[in-house]
Design a protein around this ligand. Sequence first.
Ligand code: FAD
Length: 390
Amino acid sequence: MRQVSEEQTRDPVVRARLFAEHELADRAGEFDRTGRLPRDVIRKMADEGLLGAAVPKRWGGHGLDPLAYGELTESVGKACASTRALLTVHTSLVCETLAERASDRLKGKYLTDLATGRRIGCFALSEAEAGSDAASVTTRYVKKGDIFVLDGRKKWISFAGIADLLLVFANDNGVSSAFLVERDMPGVEIHPMSGFLGNRATHIAEVSFTDVEVPAENLVSGIGLGFGFVANTALFHGRYSIAWAGVAIAQAALEVMCAYATEREQFGTRIGSHQLVQKMVADAVTQVAAARELCRRAGRLRLERSTDAVMATNIAKYFSSTIAQQVTSDAVQVLGGNGCWDQYPAERLFREAKILEIIEGTSQLQQLMIADYGYKKFAVRSRGGEDEVL
Ligand SMILES: Cc1cc2nc3c(=O)[nH]c(=O)nc-3n(C[C@H](O)[C@H](O)[C@H](O)COP(=O)(O)OP(=O)(O)OC[C@H]3O[C@@H](n4cnc5c(N)ncnc54)[C@H](O)[C@@H]3O)c2cc1C
């Protein structure tokens, strides 16, 4: 384990790494098996400032820049995918979005509590019939005087089982809006779900809303700004988190693969000396390095508030979730039978990696957006246009 100076222990990124190595790594298998993230772990994450890591200091967070927050996400994600998912949902999708899109009044009401972990937030967009086509949600809202009344049902909502606050997207005859709904508001019902491939400790649930009366001040940004503005902001932050999650899982798998290949012997020699095994290791080393650089590039563009940051984030998310799938599959391969057994971490990493290709916009949706960008950018160039390469 690396030595750290006293000054470094005050650095939130170093603290997150130490927390992940000491408190999470050995328990990730237990969280996966039991299907729950214990309260004491969430409490410690809050105490370490992890839950508000990317939230401005003014609202109780650490105000980390995107590069530092990415590094922090990698440390946590390498140790435990479900714990990292809490950062993705609570910190990236909910807190970062509110920091950017909510009024100061709404931030004062909720954001500091969220950033300090006094409340846990979740992101309620998807429905049984509205996944990739998320703009088509059928959860309805109606304005009645100074309240909004919500009716509908959300599916696959990570951490809804334990969250205090839900960022909910609803339509009124095609006009999409976003609302902050408290778990205890009358008419909100949580229905826990289980049996997932990965992210098993993320307290996923369906949530139903029956005549839920939400105060008008809990509208986020404004009427009509739900999907195109608030949800897109959230997904921009969520995809950045998932991009780093891919690096994290792939890095963990690479380490498992290398450790095993340099120990296990077959045919009288370490399996790592067989060239076909070396190819898998070489590919993994290269893919992890490339994915991390794409994430850093997205982070730098976000820091500069560049308009290219959105596409750089999509590219990083697509690439790193793809290589996480490949690297974890090769880790299972290198471990052979032990790779298929839950007494070794490779099979859990393999299951967790697949989830990244589904959430925050599937890989196919990323491909559509990246291809569209490619046509706009590079067709212009081939016709002699001046456009620059990203
Ligand atoms: C573990 C987990 C956690 C989740 N957490 C949350 C959460 O916290 N909040 C939330 O709101 N949602 C959450 N979701 C839902 C998730 O966002 C959706 O599953 C995802 O958006 C895909 O939607 P879908 O499952 O309906 O698949 P579909 O949209 O039905 O897609 C099925 C397949 O069709 C492909 N496809 C769809 N449209 C196109 C197209 N135009 N072109 C090419 N291919 C296409 C997809 O890529 C995919 O391969 C979670 C899901 C999982 C598995």
